[in-house]
Design a protein around this ligand. Sequence first.
Ligand code: OSB
Ligand code: MG
Length: 372
Amino acid sequence: MKIAEVELRRVRLPLKAPFRTSFGSQSERDILLIQVTSDDGTRGWGECVALSAPLYSSEYVDGAHRVTRDFLLPRLWMLPDVTAYGLEAALTPISGHRMAKAGLEMAVLDAELRTRGTSLGEHLGAVKARVPSGVSVGIAESIPALLDVVAGHLDEGYSRIKLKIEPGWDIEPVSAVRERFGDILLQVDANAAYTMADATLLAKLDAFDLLLLEQPLPEEDIRGHAALATQLQTPICLDESITSARAAADAIAIGACKVVNIKSGRVGGLLEARRVHDVCAAHGVPVWCGGMLETGIGRAANMALAALPNFLLPGDTSASDRFWRRDLVTQPFVLRDGHVDVPTGPGLGVEMDEAWLDEVTVSKECHAAESL
Ligand code: OSB
Ligand code: MG
């Protein structure tokens, strides 16, 4: 495949409600979208998951945009024949910037698979037609407000609830949710907000029979997680720390996690995400699919990934209306019986709602291959 053109577009989409985590509150998303067009006119879309500020990880959307334009695209133009696999290799010399790489890779893979008439699920090795859908619940104003939000999601039929926690918002809300809703699938995510000094406090979570405790300690603190694991019954799951299949292998070997959250953006793309899946499977470590407040583009990729065999826990694979009044795709993802369908059409299997997309577009720049 030859790429004739790449469009970098920024869209601004308000969230239905502010989403609060230990690293801050989001009330809208400023998203980098990538559209590639091949020389035969096939188009592919990618969504970069970088947030506005470098709080969850070191990447942020303005930086990802710039890296894509200044360092990734020149390497794409140098490829005589473009495939997602070839692009991944061509981008390897660029250190870090995994979310930027993942956004471009997604667009190329979408176009490549559309050319071949293959769905992303089929390409990655999906074994399910639909995936169980969990929901990530932000830090609330009060316990009654949290209970109302959780009750709403359970009424909608979500299969599992994840509560965001931070120091001062942990034991009480978790206890209140467990007491009020009984035997639901429940887990918590700390987004690196604790230290080893909190080990005794975190051990109190053992009383609530949680599926897992996600990323209690900082990204680089793999050894700390291994030490903490010896003091907890609740399985530790890593998110921020797992930046590659190698990082996953290391974390598992040292006993830092019993479960892994996979986000293709965090690990540099869907191809590396599948390797993370495979490494975990080889070690008998179950995985689940994380989310980054994606529109239907990134959400489509998540559903395909979450359909792989070792995705044994429900993911943050919620329906489009969890965050958006109107998604960017014409067929938004809907929740049915606590599940969301994996797209079956070629590539990502979604089409853009062009009118809405244009309405929420803040900027657009077009880059063309110098010669074909
Ligand atoms: O840690 O999983 C996380 C959102 C943004 C950044 C990090 C995280 C999250 C979520 C939301 O928890 C997951 C979703 O998109 O549903
Ligand atoms: Mg997380």
